[in-house]
Design a protein around this ligand. Structure first.
Ligand code: ATP
Length: 240
């Protein structure tokens, strides 16, 4: 029997913005092959946590282990080369470039692996007819697909997505999340920040809830009750 391989781990991770402390000792771990969702209210520290992982927020001297390697304090491009790719909140496509050029930029200096232009078009067939259009001429949902495809083009071991659902209609969100099983089948693990608790529960193997810079709950969707989630999310009451 092979033991599960820890892909990403943080130990007692802290983060500050000046005097303000945004994360208070976050212990986190996920295994290779898992899809993990981080949920939590506005300001809970979810984006800060992702920024720490991807080198956008300074974490010198801290413990972040990715794929067996300490990455805290590393520059973002080295973390990316190590196989951790981020789909940023707001998509941030290059406005003057076409869909295909945006995807190809994601693949520049890529690691070996299954993600190619053809594989991305297979994942998101809506993009095929749009390949020569500027990224900004697309709908919000299609832009999100390009942003995900661009990150996949680097053949990451871990795809980190910040708020995929933001500003999108429920039908479009469903379409995008339908791609998750196919992404996993190709061996890419997924960490998503998701404000929509129902969506997070539907897609994730495991969920972490953040509140005020701390992990307040973790477990599998099947084992967590609505009351537990509401308590961990808001501190009280029931989640909508
Ligand atoms: P949201 O869903 O609203 O993005 P979040 O859970 O991602 O929320 P963060 O954006 O990580 O939360 O914010 C955590 C805390 O850090 C909040 O109190 C926020 O106001 C604060 N914060 C975030 N960015 C900065 C910054 N650049 N300067 C100062 N404080 C910040």
């Amino acid at each position: 029997m092979t033991l599960p391989e820890t892909l990403l781990e943080t130990r007692s991770l802290t983060a500050h913005y000046g005097d303000f402390q945004a994360l208070f000792g976050v212990d986190f771990a996920m295994e290779a092959g898992e899809t993990v969702a981080i949920i939590g209210a506005n300001g809970a520290g979810k984006s800060t946590f992702l920024r720490c992982l991807t080198g956008l927020h300074p974490t010198p001297g801290q413990q972040i282990i990715f794929d067996g390697q300490p990455i805290a304090g590393m520059a973002g491009d080295r973390i990316h080369k190590a196989g951790l790719a981020m789909v940023p909140e707001g998509r941030r496509l290059f406005p003057s470039l076409t869909v295909e050029e945006n995807l190809l930029i994601g693949g520049a200096g890529k690691r070996p692996g299954p993600w190619t232009l053809a594989a991305v078009y297979d994942l998101f067939p809506d993009l095929v007819a749009k390949r020569s259009n500027p990224g900004t001429a697309l709908s919000g949902g299609q832009q999100q697909m390009v942003a995900i495809g661009r990150a996949l083009m680097s053949n990451p071991k871990l795809l980190v997505c910040d708020e995929i659902s933001l500003g999108l209609a429920p039908k479009i969100i469903k379409d995008i999340y339908q791609a998750v099983p196919q992404i996993r089948e190709r061996g890419t693990s997924i960490l998503v920040v998701e404000q929509d608790v129902g969506q997070a529960m539907a897609v994730a193997d495991r969920v972490f809830c953040f509140m005020e810079g701390r992990v307040t709950l973790t477990g599998t969707p099947a084992t967590l009750t609505r009351d537990q989630i509401a308590q961990a999310y808001f501190g009280m009451g029931e989640v909508a």
